[in-house]
Design a protein around this ligand. Sequence first.
Ligand SMILES: C[S@@+](CC[C@H](N)C(=O)[O-])C[C@H]1O[C@@H](n2cnc3c(N)ncnc32)[C@H](O)[C@@H]1O
Length: 207
Amino acid sequence: MSHWYEERVFNPLMDWALRTPAVRELRTRLLRECPDDPLEIGPGTGLNVPHYPATVHRLRLLAREATLDQRLLDRAAERGLKLVHVHGDAARIPLADASVGTLVCTFVLCSVEDPARVLSEFHRVLRPGGRLFLIEHVRSPRSFERFAQRMLTPLQRRIACGCELDRDLLDALRHGGFATEELACERSDALPFPASELLSGVARRAQ
Ligand SMILES: C[S@@+](CC[C@H](N)C(=O)[O-])C[C@H]1O[C@@H](n2cnc3c(N)ncnc32)[C@H](O)[C@@H]1O
C-alpha cells in the first residue's frame, strides 16, 4: 500500500468513519479510567485524544510514521496534552521490558502483519499486572457472518491498509498471556457489518 494512498485517502476516511457519535461513546467508555502516562499504539489521526480523562497529562505514542498526523497534533493542542512520539513498529517496540504500566490500542490489531508477534511485544513491555485498553473489530461467532468476513477480507486488506475482518483476537490475547475477564465481545451498532463484532475493555498482563 503506497504512503500516498494511506496518507491522502485512507487516513481521512478513517478519521471520518471512526468518529461517529457511537464510536466516540465507545472511546469515552474505554478511556474514562485510563491512568496518566499511557503508551498509545498506532494513534492515527488522534481520535482517542479528546477521550483521555483530565488526569492524563502526558501521552506517549508509538507510531511508525516519522512525523505525527496534523489532526492528532491539533487535537492534542486543543486538549492541552503533552505528546511524546516513540517512533517505531508495534512488532518491535523500542522500549525496555516491563517499562510500561498502561497500553492503549484501538482499531490497530486488525491491520498489523503478525498479531501474535505484536501481542508478545505488548506482553514484554508491560509490567506484570499492567493493563491493555483496547477496542478492535473481530471475527464473528455466527457462522454465516464469519464466512462473509472471510470472503471479504482479501478486498478489505487491499483497500484498508492490511485490515483483516476475521481475526480471533480474544483467543490471541489468551494465548499471548493476557487475562481477558474484563473484555466484552459483542455485536455493536457502532460499526457496520462486516466490522460490527467488537472486542473492547481491558486485558491484563498475567503475572
Ligand atoms: C484504522 S487506524 C486506527 C487509528 C487509531 N488508533 C484510532 O483508533 O482511530 C490503524 C492505525 O494503526 C497503525 N498501525 C498499523 N500497523 C502498525 C504497526 N505495525 N505498528 C504501529 N502502528 C501500526 C496505522 O499506522 C494506523 O494509524
